[in-house]
Design a binder for this molecule. Sequence first.
Ligand code: SF4
Length: 301
Amino acid sequence: MSIATLDTLRHVCAMCGGSCQGVNVSLSSQEELTQVLAQAEQLGISDPAPKGVLRRVHGRCVFLGDDALCRIHGAWGISAKPKVCQQYPMIATRVGDETRVGLDPGCFHSVKSWQTGPEVPGGSLMVSVSKQPEALLPHEERVMAVLEQAEGIEQALAMLVPGELEGFLGRWIQTLQEVDLADLLADPDTSPSLRVSLGPLAQTMPGWSAIPGPPELSDNARAFALHAAKRMVWLRLCPKIPSPAVVALLSLGGAMACGWTNTDDAAFGQALAGWMRAIRAPAVLGRLLPSPQSLQTLVEG
Ligand code: SF4
């Protein structure tokens, strides 16, 4: 088995607690479940892992403290946390004989450290590896080649959609407006981190009556957006979307929308991370692309 990375992995944890919200943390073994039950008892937390998945309260992991820090980590150190929590934001995906390792672009502060942070060893602590089908490889290679060649978000989109980019962007804005992101974010089970990161987009979006023009983003933010789209495709982070091209379109389209709303690097990175998480959620996907026909209409007009 070979280990592959897209490039050097760099990361600094900002200890924001954002990744401990809105996700299902599955425990990897009976031993881990026993440990979590004992930790919960000592911390005065009841029913921490129904069906082997950490319970959430209003979208937050039941172990996440009010200070946005993990209470298990605080009491017993990092090695006492569930393995998948120790691994995150490192993602490992097995395709055939290759194990692909990379950093989840759904990490809210990745934009700050993805190029300048300390190097993270590619093969470190891989306890959670998802296995994905090889059948998509030829299609995926074509999409990755586009993302490699493109010099920016707009160029990548233009290479992926037939016809004029402007036509696609008009339809994209209409699609986003129909999703009613504000309504989704108002759901009590939506994580606070998603509400904060995507709140500005949800507020701005209904006011778009024309294509806002090129996002006014820094070179770092633009490069990050393209790289984040590559990670979404290559690490197979949207297994519910069978087409790598659609994953790339939703990632890049989201980057445009986040860039129209947030021009500051940190705010853009946070919004894009929220978007990259949102498109994995069935509730969001179901509204974005409710049918194959809606996808065809979005792409082809
Ligand atoms: S156990 Fe700790 S690190 Fe894992 S999701 Fe919960 S709060 Fe976060």
